[in-house]
Design a protein. Structure first.
Length: 242
């Protein structure tokens, strides 16, 4: 069996543990059977961006049939729930080819998100990461995104018994996004954010956290193939993100 770290470039610097690794054409999902959604996703933003063309958003929301049926969500789980099918790998991060963009609409890449979270602060963060990636000095931008469930907090679920899959999907309490940027001189910079799954009115810098603390919440090292711990001691700057 091939080692995914040898063939998936987005895993070059490591990934947390998970129940099942789903290797896509352009990004990788670490899936949690218990939570019926990704434990994490890892991507390089448009890693072949020199080929960039205008591709329309595909909106091909569908179940991921690579996951055993009893552990995967169907479209009915979200129907009438009041929650958005929130992208972990953003559609606009993967828009060079139609198939690349279409794969971001697999439900394995979705988590239930409050609409006033998904459409406001979460979108703002996604746009800021793309702005970073567009800088002339940046070679590649790696993004790890993970749902968070807080110990001791009540967990809401979405689901519909009439759905063909008939399972409940837990609603994350928060989301982590860890952004690792490599510049053209090979230098690495790291920023990690923690955002509660609710309407948030702060600035992006208000949600910067220690990567070490975020790893504790998710349950695994994020960038474990980078030697040393210097990147995990990044400064928190609430004024300037990048």
């Amino acid at each position: 069996m091939n080692n995914p770290f040898q063939i998936q470039p987005e895993l070059r610097y490591g990934s947390p543990v998970c129940d099942e690794i789903l290797t896509g054409r352009y990004f990788t999902i670490g899936y949690s059977w218990y939570f019926r959604q990704a434990k994490w996703t890892l991507e390089i933003i448009n890693r072949n961006r020199h080929l960039l063309t205008d591709v329309e958003r595909q909106n091909h929301f569908r179940a991921d049939t690579r996951i055993p049926k009893r552990f995967r969500a169907g479209l009915g789980a979200y129907r009438g729930s009041g929650f958005d099918r929130g992208h972990l790998v953003a559609s606009a991060n993967q828009d060079i080819q139609e198939i690349q963009n279409s794969e971001t609409f697999l439900l394995s890449n979705m988590s239930p998100q409050k609409d006033d979270f998904n459409r406001r602060i979460w979108r703002k963060l996604e746009e800021a990461v793309r702005d970073l990636n567009d800088r002339e000095s940046i070679l590649e931008t790696y993004v790890l995104t993970a749902p968070v469930f807080y110990f001791g907090a009540a967990v809401e679920t979405v689901g519909d018994e009439t759905d063909e899959y008939g399972i409940d999907v837990p609603v994350p309490h928060a989301f982590i996004k860890s952004v690792l940027a490599e510049d053209k001189r090979g230098r690495l910079s790291l920023w990690t954010f923690e955002m509660k799954n609710e309407r948030l009115d702060g600035e992006l810098g208000d949600y910067l956290v220690s990567t070490y603390d975020a790893e504790q919440l998710v349950g695994g090292r994020f960038w474990d193939r980078i030697s040393g711990g210097d990147l995990h001691k990044q400064k928190k700057d609430p004024i300037a993100i990048w």
